[in-house]
Write a protein that binds this ligand. Sequence first.
Ligand code: PMP
Length: 406
Amino acid sequence: MFSEDEIRHHFPILDRKINGQPLVYLDNAATTQKPMEVLFASKHYYEAMNSNIHRGTHYLARLATEGFEKARKTVADHLNAASTDEIIFTSGTTDGINLVADVLALSGTIGAGDEILISTLEHHSNIVPWQMLCQRTGAELKVIPCDDDGVLDQEGFRALLNGRTKVLAIGWISNAFGTVHPVAEMTAAAKAAGVPYVLLDAAQATPHVKMDVQAVGADFVALSGHKVYANTGIGVLWGRADVLNALPPWRGGGEMIKEVTFAGTTYNDLPFKYEAGTPNIEGAIALEAALDFVNQIGVGEIAAHEHDLIQAAAAGLAEIPDVRLYGPADRAGALSFNIAGIHHYDLGTLLDQMGVAVRTGHHCCQPLMARFGISGTTRASFAVYNTLADVEIFVASVRKAVGMLR
Ligand code: PMP
């Protein structure tokens, strides 16, 4: 059963007062707050387990190694990966996408005249690494258009697929508008057209969708721990083992090698081939705690709860004169809007004074903002611990702020 009170007690920061008012935290698409389970896992790691992994013969080194590899297994199970070999710990989504883009550039399989297909709704993290790959390889960036609801144009997408398309790289859920893209269908269409590599940016999907990487059929899925109640600085790149095995290594250093001589180096097997240097051991263990927390409640239950909140917030905002909501009606996680004649930054500043934390600006999606002819939006984004009371305070605060700004 889902008890709001019980859930909120797991998050100590929610007891904070901001500007003398109870905190209404609606900036979850930027980062989520952390439950006690995650805070405890981090603290416990340093108090009872801290050591470097994979190399030591001593007790703590074994303990830390076991903890780190157990976390990898939990992540693999959570994503329904075929094997723990496919789980690469990274520092986050940005890191994972850069890994893939760099390695594909190094692989020599992408060249002049090839095309990289992304969408209008991408976060800068899923644009810039591909632009950099294009600069290195001579490939060209192509962009799937979207309609006025921020929904990807599927006909436009299919028309862009051709024999030169080497990569399809798209988000799963838009951080700016909350659009849920039909990623399994789009992956299937890309594969049917012979696209060798499909990458999904799952930064926003991780907290809201039960992901099954085998069912969705992509080659790579990148995510960030901090969007799903874990620490910053830890993330995961899932990659299909046969694909990763065929690609060159990325960063060089310790852990990613089998044997080093001055004449040359042989590289380690997956997943270590892509984990050069000391990883974020504590972060991986905290991520495991976060996934355990999420799975105890159920990703489906969390998504249904957030869906109710977002619908209530959208309905409340829609009653405010001159409001423009962005994204489709069935958005997930995030709700973006503008109010004619009011700058999103001014609105966000007043909301902050009322204890309501929202995000304003371009949300790292400047090309999407350009598509809509705006400099940014105000975005409320939801998590498991938000309540209908939060939504009511949020909508009432927007109304009050509008009254003050007009
Ligand atoms: N993609 C999307 C859709 C995101 O929302 C974010 C974070 N805002 C990122 C990528 C980048 O994630 P990180 O900063 O954790 O690497």
